[in-house]
Design a protein. Sequence first.
Length: 405
Amino acid sequence: MKKILVLFHPLKEVFQYLEEEGNEQFAPHHFWLFDKLVEQGYEVDFVASNEKTFLNWLGRILRLYFLQQQVDALRVAKDYDLIFVPYMEYSFLLNLAKLLKRLKKPIVGLAHQPYAHERKNLIKRIYYNAVRYVYFKGMDSILFYSRAILEKSNQGWIKGNSKFVDNFGIDDDFFDAYLHNQKSPPCNNYIFSTGGAQRDFDALVKAFEGIDFDLKITTVGGDLSKHLTCEVPPNVYIDNSLPFGLGSTGKIRKEYYNALAIAVPLKEVDDYKFGTWGITVVLEGMAMGKPILSTYNEAYPFDIEKEKIGFYVDYGDVLGWQQAIKYLLDHPEEVREMGERAKYLSKTKYNYSSFSKNVIADIDSILNVRQKPAASVSRTLVRKTISLGLTASSCLALEWAQCLL
C-alpha cells in the first residue's frame, strides 16, 4: 500500500473538532482530499505540529507560513511515497529541499493563486521571483482548478509542471442531506449573502435602499457593522452571531435554504491578489439550488451567466445590483429554472467527489498506481482516535460506516 503524507495544517483542527463536536455540521470538503485518498486505498498521514514556535513566528514575518510543520514533515518525508499539499504555499521548505536534491519524494500541490507577483519595488520583485522559483522548480505537479489563474501564472517567466484540473467544488452530498430532511418548502423571502474575504457589502447594502425586498447578511466570526460606511436600511438584516469554525458551513445551510438567491459582492483587487474570491459561497449556493448574483470574477472555474445560473454585476455598481435583484423578483419562473440548473451542475460536475477524482488521478499517475473504484465507505467519520504528536502514522485510527448515503 502506497503511503501519502498530507501537509495541511488545519487537519489537526479538523480531527479535534470531529472528536469534540461530531460530524453533523462538518462539511467533508474541509478534509481537502484526506478522506478521498483513504477511500482510494492509500495509507494517509498528516503532520500535527505545535503552532507557537519560533519558526512559525519567523514564517509569518517572511510570509512563509507554518514553517514548523514543514520542518517536521521533512523529518519524516523519507517514510512516504508522495507528499500532497492542498495549499502549495505551505510547502516552501520541502520544495527547497527538493530543489537542492535533499528530498527525493514527489510533491503534488494545489495552486489557489497565480504566484506571479509583478511588484514595482525591485527588492520585493526579486524576493517574490525567488520564492516562485522554489515553488515551481521544487514541485513535481502543480494543479490549478481555475483556467484563468493558470493562464495568468503562465505569464510569469519561471515555469513549472503546471496543469489544470476540472470540477472544483464542495461536497454536494452534505447539502443534499440537509435538503432531504426539510419538511416545509423554502420561504424565498430574502436575498442572502455571507463570507468576508474581499467583500463589497457597502454596494450591496446601498442597493437595497431602493428595493422592496429583504437582504440578510450572515457574517462568520466578525461584526460587519464596524466595516460598513453606509447607513443600513430597515430591510437589511445583519447577523454577526455565527462564530468562525469548521461547523459554520453546516449551521448556515438554513439561511441558504430559505433565500430566493445568493449574492456575492466583491471588491476589485490588485493583480497580485487575483483569485477565486467568493467561489465557496457560489458553490454552496449552487448546492442548495439557488440562483447566483455575483460581482464579475474572471477567476471563477466557470461562468455563471454562460451556465445560466445567475447574473454578474460590475465592481461597485449599486444600480447594477438593483437591476439584477429586481429582475429576479419579476421573473419567478426563471429563478426556479436557474436554481435547478445550479443544483444540477453541483450534483453532476462541480463537486468535491469529481474534483477529488481528478486530483487523485494525477497522484496515481505519478505513483504508477492504477485507479481503483472507491472503497464502499461513507464520507462520514463516525469514530476516530487521535493523539496529536508529530504525525498521525502511529496514532490515527479511522473507522468508516455506511451512513448518510
